[in-house]
Design a protein around this ligand. Structure first.
Ligand code: FAD
Length: 371
């Protein structure tokens, strides 16, 4: 087992990796660019699937704590037509609670537990060499490790050490907004959304609202557009973004558009992906996990895969016999095969969910969740 392990990034991949190592009694140093755990809003709710994210939590010894924090009722799904007609209203029965939701903040705190993350330590690059892998930090410092695990997300600074690949735009942009205390402040919208998610699919666009805990709702407006669609919109001006979204979704039912009318701040997120089946020639002392390795459309798999990557690599390093370099190499082969399958599915899924034919989205839902 290597003794100097650095993890770059404290997202689901990096924290799960470090936590499983910790469970087996091995230390790793986690470097995170953010200055503190709550330096940025944590993002929307995640559903953790039985054979993926939940398996990772099991390997970390955290499954029971997860079950206590998660919201099985959050799997509920309502689908509306753009005129407001309810097309589907699905609620999980007692036997259909396999993929419960959890707030990202709760998941992060669960994984953080006893880990000692070095906050405010952004990495600029890593340089593999004969005496180890040199990690260069934004503050000018440098440190050397035997293994550097790049879990630093879509725009990874570790990735260039193993691969020239960079993310490309999918042609779909997401603009995110949120509603607070929805049950009290917007009871009509609370009923419309239900216990879990609400989705409305139109021509080349969709609106999805997802409940988090505490009456917090995240709303995602997704649409096909060139990257520069906002050249005449000041993205820092919430009212300007709201007006342009209301124009884009013009003609949709008023209660649905209320999700945009009452949204607070707007966050612009063009959706980028790495090539499907992204692989690289193994570089001793460096590997990638999660989005850094296989960024794909956000259709419910990325965090699950990131966590399983982290858990599997940590477990193999801690318990596997033999050469750690061979262990990492074998892990990469497994990760590439699994991520390649999911990247194909989610790429095809995005085509159908934000499509010229909204019936495609409903058909996809029926496939995943037959009535
Ligand atoms: C809108 C949306 C909804 C989604 N919904 C789901 C869902 O329901 N289910 C699901 O499974 N997935 C979902 N995903 C995907 C999921 O969020 C990602 O796949 C997942 O967060 C990837 O985890 P990660 O740890 O690899 O990377 P990240 O979560 O991106 O974490 C990377 C970490 O590295 C840090 N970092 C970055 N650069 C540096 C640096 N240079 N030095 C040090 N630290 C650095 C970042 O600050 C961050 O903390 C969604 C994504 C989006 C955008």
């Amino acid at each position: 087992m290597r003794h100097r392990i650095a993890v770059v990034g404290s997202g689901p991949a990096g924290l799960t990796f470090a936590r499983v190592l910790h469970r087996h009694g091995y230390p790793a140093t986690v470097f995170e660019r953010d200055s503190a755990p709550d330096a940025r809003p944590p993002g929307g709710t995640l559903d953790l699937q039985e054979g993926l994210g939940q398996l990772a939590l099991d390997k970390a010894g955290l499954l029971e704590e997860f079950q206590a924090l998660s919201r099985p009722e959050g799997q509920a799904m309502r689908i509306l037509d753009t005129d407001g007609t309810v097309l589907r209203d699905w609620r999980p029965g007692p036997d259909e609670r396999a993929n419960p939701e959890i707030d990202r903040r709760h998941l992060r705190d669960l994984l953080l537990g006893p880990l000692d993350v070095q906050w405010g330590r952004g990495v600029t690059r890593v340089a593999p060499g004969t005496g180890g892998v040199r990690v260069h930090f934004a503050d000018g410092r440098q440190e050397t490790f035997d293994l550097v695990v790049g879990a630093d997300g879509a725009w990874s600074r570790v990735r260039p050490a193993v691969s020239p690949a960079t993310p490309h735009y999918t042609g779909v942009t997401s603009v995110e907004t949120s509603l607070d205390d929805v049950d009290t402040c917007h009871p009509g919208l609370a009923r419309l959304i239900g216990d879990g998610s609400l989705a409305v699919y139109g021509v080349n666009r969709s609106l999805v609202a997802q409940r988090n805990s505490g009456g917090h709702v995240k709303v995602y407006a997704k649409f096909r557009a060139p990257l520069d669609w906002h050249t005449n919109v000041d993205l820092a001006d919430a009212e300007a973004v709201r007006s342009s979204l209301l124009a884009l979704f013009d003609g949709w039912a008023a209660p649905v558009l209320d999700l945009l009318r009452h949204g607070t701040a707007f966050v612009h997120r063009p959706l980028y992906v790495l090539p499907v089946s992204h692989t690289w020639t193994h570089v001793p002392g460096v590997t990638l996990l999660g989005d850094a390795a296989h960024l794909m459309p956000p259709l419910g798999a990325g965090a699950n895969l990131a966590m399983l990557d982290g858990a599997e690599l940590a477990e193999s390093l801690a318990t596997g016999p033999g050469d750690p370099e061979e262990t990492v190499r074998a892990f990469e082969e497994r990760m590439w095969a699994r991520a390649g399958r999911w990247a194909q599915m989610t790429t095809a899924g995005l085509e159908r969910l934000v499509s010229p034919d909204p019936a495609e989205a409903l058909a996809l839902f029926e496939q995943v969740q037959p009535s």
